[in-house]
Design a protein around this ligand. Structure first.
Ligand SMILES: C[S@@+](CC[C@H](N)C(=O)[O-])C[C@H]1O[C@@H](n2cnc3c(N)ncnc32)[C@H](O)[C@@H]1O
Length: 263
């Protein structure tokens, strides 16, 4: 049952271009929308999936996922797109209780995915060289209720740094990941995953070359994620790809940390 403090998504119940709103339930508060006001008191005590009638339409109350949060984030940087975030988390096996690291934090898009998957018992250590980006990401995460699973630190990841305990996975999303490979080897557990994201071929080449040079890593795969969205209208027997869509985000490089003593 929904209670004060819960984070809720209200999705407009319409087939075309549904809007949605994400908010933290607070007694006696209201949210103005083009469909009318959403009264928080009317949401408290309801269940996810319940429909709320407003003066000019209806909304359904949902439990927001990280991809929903991203659409409400204030962006100060390029972000890692939701499909890349989801696959990166999946191949690194990110799950409850894991301790993971990332650099740079950017606007906190990947951070939200990581925090969501490691919660409620794991933790994300998020590093960025730019304190303004960190402050913005922290604010974004605070609005999701996930900030308590993240430690934000100002750090140039190309310089060595300490962690309290070795990490299960590390994600690099900035222009020169190849300059941080040796530092990441030092903070990853044996069997831990390193995922780098870069958009340009030169960056891919340098990153893979650097990983291959480091005895502590075994390079597994380099790949791209693509998605094609479709418009479907069964009444008119229409199904065709969305013409204007994201066609390229970047390349993912996946390696694992090995205990290299016997290599
Ligand atoms: C593309 S953004 C990361 C986006 C982030 N993954 C997201 O999903 O929102 C790159 C970030 O890396 C940070 N950065 C650049 N060089 C860095 C370095 N040497 N160490 C740590 N962070 C760095 C930048 O300040 C910027 O915030």
């Amino acid at each position: 049952m929904l209670k004060e403090g819960d984070i809720v998504q209200a999705l407009e119940l319409t087939q075309r271009h549904s809007k949605f709103w994400i908010f933290s339930l607070s007694k006696d508060s209201e949210l103005s929308t083009h469909l009318g006001k959403i009264n928080h008191n009317e949401c408290i005590g309801r269940l996810f999936g319940d429909i709320l009638s407003l003066t000019k339409g209806q909304v359904v109350l949902l439990n927001p996922s990280p991809r929903d949060f991203l659409r409400h984030f204030r962006l100060k940087t390029q972000i890692l797109y939701e499909d890349d975030c989801a696959v990166a988390c999946s191949i690194a096996g990110v799950g409850p209780g894991m301790k993971v690291g990332e650099a740079g934090t950017g606007s906190g898009a990947l951070t939200a995915f990581l925090a969501h998957y490691v919660s409620p018992t794991g933790h994300v250590f998020s590093f960025d060289i730019n304190p303004h980006h960190l402050a913005n990401a922290k604010e974004n995460l605070s609005r999701t209720g996930l900030a308590k699973y993240v430690t934000f630190t100002v750090q140039d990841i190309r310089s060595s740094f300490d962690v309290e305990e070795l990490l299960d996975a590390f994600f690099l999303d900035f222009s020169t990941p190849y300059e941080a490979i040796d530092n990441i080897a030092a903070v990853l557990k044996g069997g831990g995953h390193l995922i780098c994201f870069v958009p340009n071929w030169g960056q891919v080449e340098k990153t893979v070359a650097q990983i291959r040079k480091n005895q502590d890593f075994f390079h597994l795969t380099t790949f791209e994620i693509t998605r094609r969205n479709f418009n479907v209208n069964p009444d008119r027997h229409v199904m065709r790809p969305v013409f204007r869509d994201l066609v390229y985000s970047g390349i993912l490089i996946h390696s694992i940390r090995i205990n290299s003593e016997l290599r």
